[in-house]
Design a protein. Structure first.
Length: 260
């Protein structure tokens, strides 16, 4: 599982927790690790907005070119060197892109074809979490530094997903972790009483609980009570859940794996 893992590095945060988790996955699963450093347009837009009062347009353009050059050098030398120090090996898959963060990540996914993107929670820049709704592959948001000993699997009628149970079960075996399983019947979608049995039967699991509740409310309560190290959630596809994705990263206070 997870044969190729993409770590995306934003300008304003070095994802040390994510890199350490990738190292553990490489050792346990034999995963290949690739890394993409994104020079973000929105950062330069903020700077340019302030500089327009003290610089001419041409001066501002020259300044931006120098900043881009500086960040490329930083990525090639400092960032790459630090990643290789943590991984304790040379990194072959390393790209530097400039543009809008989530667009560049999507482009790298299409070109490099990883089967997991691993990113680190950043409480100061929730814009990065737009990728959670738009990513065509599973997304792991890392918040923990230690071993994963307890996993929570949450499935729901809003997004029937047979992949999430299979991945949670395999992670539990590979990591020697306890897995607790929940099926949430959310009244905001159609409820099929036989669906939990179908999902469980296909994946050879037994639900710890089958409940009728709002997805986000139940997950937040259960995560707080059980103190999970990781939760695995089938991706909810309804458009209204864009902000729900960001809340996952912010409110669960544990690592999150969103599965397509």
């Amino acid at each position: 599982m997870f044969k190729k893992i993409l770590i995306s590095v934003p300008m304003e945060q070095f994802p040390e927790l994510a890199i350490n988790r990738a190292k553990d996955m490489e050792q346990r699963f034999g995963s290949e690790i690739i890394l993409s450093y994104v020079i973000e347009d929105n950062v330069f837009d903020r700077i340019s907005g302030k500089l327009k009062f003290v610089m001419t347009e041409k001066e501002s353009e020259r300044f931006e070119k120098e900043m881009v050059k500086t960040h490329r050098e930083k990525a090639n030398k400092l960032v790459r060197r630090e990643v290789e120090r943590i991984l304790e090996e040379k990194l072959d898959g390393f790209t530097i892109e400039k543009g809008i963060y989530f667009e560049e990540v999507i482009k790298t996914i299409r070109e490099q074809r990883p089967d997991l993107i691993l990113m680190e929670y950043n409480p100061f820049d929730m814009l990065h979490y737009r990728i959670l709704d738009r990513c065509p592959i599973p997304v792991w948001v890392e918040r923990e530094s230690g071993p994963i000993k307890k996993i929570g699997l949450f499935c729901t009628n809003l997004a029937p997903n047979v992949k999430a149970p299979a991945i949670a079960r395999r992670l539990g075996k590979r990591l020697d972790a306890e897995v607790k399983t929940y099926f949430i019947k959310d009244g905001r979608g159609d409820i099929d009483g036989k669906e939990p049995d179908r999902v469980a039967g296909k994946n050879h699991i037994t639900w710890n609980e089958i409940v009728e509740d709002k997805v986000e409310s139940f997950i937040y309560r259960k995560v707080k009570k059980e103190d999970f190290d990781l939760i695995v959630v089938g991706r909810i596809k309804r458009r209204k859940y864009l902000h729900f994705r960001s809340k996952f990263a912010k409110k669960t206070k544990c690592s999150v794996l969103l599965v397509n």
